[in-house]
Unconditional design. Structure first.
Length: 395
């Protein structure tokens, strides 16, 4: 269950499908990560920065009015929206930048879609004084102007990707090309549990703090160390695996991942696990939105962070095992969920997070009042206010 094996396989998924020149680089990375994570001093530094810079531990908030409104299980929110920069992504960025420094790298490369991972990376690069290049599709740069300005203010270079649909998939191709051209001095900082081995296991390790904290906090709140259900949205799958990981071995915990159904599963969507088929994208074998010729299909979601045609290989394996249930929520349902959480709890969630809330709205009422749900509140919604007010739900 814990995986991966030493070739980076989660069952049949994962692995490392990369150009020859990157094979030794991935081996160095694997060795550096193993030695760092075994080193007490490295872990202490990582935890200290999470505390002093990120603001951890994040609270586990009992959502009393949401619980009342849905009339079923008791709902707790794991407040990753309160992390510095407004989402869980910074946990992983901190871990990987410490690793990059330990490896003696001078320069960070990242890709970004909506700009959230780019902002988290530019933030830690500034904090540790490393040079930073963020690849971003020109279409995304146009849609996410504010994040482009943020990254530049933080001292990062934002490099426009002009190929293909000019979005995340193309930015990722450019980032990989950049890494292939400068493997020695550069560190490629991947933003989710995707990419070639060892990235999925490394990013999971830097995010499991979410589930580890929730477990401890539940003891104080409810006198028990596991919920009946844990639920999170799934783009690449990092906030979900971060919450789920400590509960994977405990079969009594129902785990639910929520993908973006966009305009509906028969129209444009980003429901990779629900509707995709296995294939290789960005260095790993996993589920993928592709046509019958293996051409990657563009994904669509109202939330830019879920708008990716791939998904982490561990989720592919957990789906096949039946250990995690993967369900979907549409753009419309996500907008309704933003409104509900805002008005019942005084928390405006990110549109990504809202997909998990939408699924929760369907599931919680069928559960018993003494049951407990933990929902990963992966990010705050300020970044999405343009879209939310355009859709008129806030009024
Ligand atoms: C990026 C993002 C996600 C999706 O990424 P995962 O790797 O699936 O967690 C979810 N929520 C927020 C707030 C994000 O910024």
């Amino acid at each position: 269950m814990k995986g991966p094996d030493d070739r980076g396989r989660f069952g049949p998924y994962g692995g490392a499908f990369v150009p020859e020149v990157l094979v030794p680089e991935l081996r160095f990375l694997q060795e550096a990560f193993n030695s760092a994570w075994a080193d007490e001093a490295f872990r202490a530094r990582y935890h200290r920065i999470l505390k002093d810079f990120v603001g951890r531990p994040t609270p586990l908030t009992f959502a009393s009015r949401l619980t009342l409104a849905l009339g079923g299980a008791r709902i707790y929110l794991k407040r990753e929206d309160l992390c510095h920069t407004g989402a869980h992504k910074v946990n992983n960025a901190v871990g990987q930048i410490l690793l990059a420094r330990r490896m003696g790298k001078a320069r960070i490369i990242a890709e970004t879609g909506a700009g959230q991972h780019g902002v988290a990376t530019a933030t830690v690069a500034a904090r540790f004084g490393l040079e930073c290049t963020v690849h971003m599709g020109v279409e995304d740069m146009r849609r996410q102007r504010l994040n482009v300005d943020r990254m530049r203010l933080l001292g990062a270079e934002v490099r426009p990707a002009t190929s293909g649909t000019r979005t995340l998939k193309d930015a990722t191709n450019e980032a990989i090309r950049d890494w292939v051209s400068h493997p020695r001095e550069s560190y490629y900082l991947i933003g989710s549990v995707v990419g070639p081995h060892p990235y999925p296991v490394m990013v999971r390790t830097f995010h499991r703090i979410i589930g580890d904290e929730a477990k401890r906090q539940l003891i104080d709140a409810e006198g028990r160390n596991s919920p009946d259900m844990a639920i999170a949205c799934v783009g690449g799958g990092s906030n979900a695996i971060g919450l789920f990981f400590p509960f994977l071995v405990d079969r009594s915990v129902r785990l639910v991942g929520v993908e973006a159904a966009g305009e509906g599963l028969d129209r444009r969507h980003a429901a990779t696990l629900s509707c995709g088929t296995p294939g290789v994208l960005h260095g790993a074998l996993s589920y993928l939105l592709q046509d019958s010729e293996g051409q990657v299909q563009p994904a669509h979601s109202i939330s830019a962070g879920l708008d990716y045609p791939g998904v982490g290989p561990e989720h592919a394996f957990l789906k096949d095992l039946g250990r995690v249930e993967y369900v979907t929520a549409t753009d419309r349902e996500a907008l309704d969920a933003v409104k509900l959480l805002s008005r019942t709890e005084g928390i405006i969630p990110a549109l990504e997070t809202a997909h998990a809330i939408a699924a929760l709205m369907r599931m919680a009422p069928d559960m018993a009042v003494e049951q407990v749900i933990v929902l990963n509140c992966s990010g705050r919604g300020d970044k999405d206010m343009n879209i939310i007010s355009k859709e008129d739900v806030a009024i």
